[in-house]
Design a protein around this ligand. Structure first.
Ligand SMILES: C[S@@+](CC[C@H](N)C(=O)[O-])C[C@H]1O[C@@H](n2cnc3c(N)ncnc32)[C@H](O)[C@@H]1O
Length: 277
């Protein structure tokens, strides 16, 4: 079977530009680090095929793995994970002969915890930049929390608010939501405290109770608090809303790290794109 490449929109291209810009700075800084020298690793957990088709032009465009591979100075190692066998085969094809690349097929939630993060220990002078870029609620909180606690890993995280709105946050309370969607939301969020964040109620002058759903921004900012307070990332930038052509927010791009310099660089990059609207 021939692989049909994913079609991506303009906002995905912006995301790719942002990650590439930061990954270039990160690799440059870490490559120059001495006493001790550091072994820096790029991890793409929802890697995709490595390349995509741009929706409006139908042109082939490099995805996050291909862009990471082109960065100079290079990372010392690359880990690419995808659950889709055809995408993994394409990743293998485009990285043929590169001994610094490890390609894993399967659920990244398991692979990261069991096979990748154990190789990025702070005490071993290893550092990782990890992209967590799911389409929907496929990521588990335990991965995020582990990355935060390890101190050696920084993350870009796609917070898929449109997928959340479609599957879970489409009503003004949890009545009517499918149990499997609730479980997936709990797994992404880490517990069921999103219920307290996502809904509020007001009482009008007649004593009637009205349920309300909170804004996307409130929900994203509550998740920012979790990244800091529970996962233990020292710095979490205000997330960048990524909008589609109808101006709806598809997801928020988060960056979380222990490092002040990295945080400053990403804030500067985010500022440029935020000002573009
Ligand atoms: C948004 S795409 C990744 C795009 C890529 N990061 C880029 O920018 O070029 C999400 C990918 O995650 C993969 N995926 C979905 N669930 C997964 C899981 N549990 N573990 C690993 N990969 C998964 C899908 O096959 C898909 O290729």
């Amino acid at each position: 079977m021939t692989l049909k490449f994913d079609e991506i929109g303009y906002w995905s291209q912006i995301k790719l530009d942002i990650i590439e810009k930061y990954a270039s700075s990160y690799s440059l800084i870490l490559s120059k680090w001495v006493n001790p020298s550091l072994h820096h690793i790029y991890v793409d957990a929802f890697a995709g095929a490595g390349e995509h088709i741009l929706k409006n032009t139908q042109n082939r465009i490099s995805g996050s793995p291909q862009r990471a591979l082109a960065i100079t100075p290079p990372f010392k190692e690359y880990y690419f994970i995808d659950i889709n066998g055809e995408k993994v085969a394409n990743l293998q094809k485009i990285t043929l002969g590169r001994e610094d690349v490890h390609i894993l097929e399967g659920d990244c939630n398991k692979k990261l915890i069991e096979e990748v993060f154990p190789y990025i220990k702070y005490g071993d002078y290893r550092r990782g930049l990890c992209l967590l870029d799911p389409y929907g609620l496929d990521l588990r909180w335990e991965v995020i929390e582990k990355a935060g606690k390890m101190q050696s890993i920084e993350i870009f995280l796609n917070f898929p608010v449109m997928a959340m709105n479609r599957s879970v946050l489409w009503t003004k309370n949890t009545a009517g939501i499918g149990q499997s969607d609730i479980i997936r939301m709990n797994e992404f969020w880490g517990d069921d405290s999103w219920r307290d964040v996502a809904y509020s109620s007001t009482i009008d002058m007649f004593g009637d109770i009205h349920n309300n759903k909170e804004s996307n921004k409130s929900i994203a900012m509550a998740f920012k608090d979790r990244l800091k307070c529970i996962a233990g990332f020292k710095n979490v930038s205000n997330p960048l809303p990524m909008r589609n052509s109808l101006n709806n927010i598809v997801y928020y791009l988060f960056f979380a790290s222990q490092n002040d310099t990295g945080n400053k660089i990403v804030n500067d990059i985010f500022k440029k794109y935020r000002n573009q609207g």
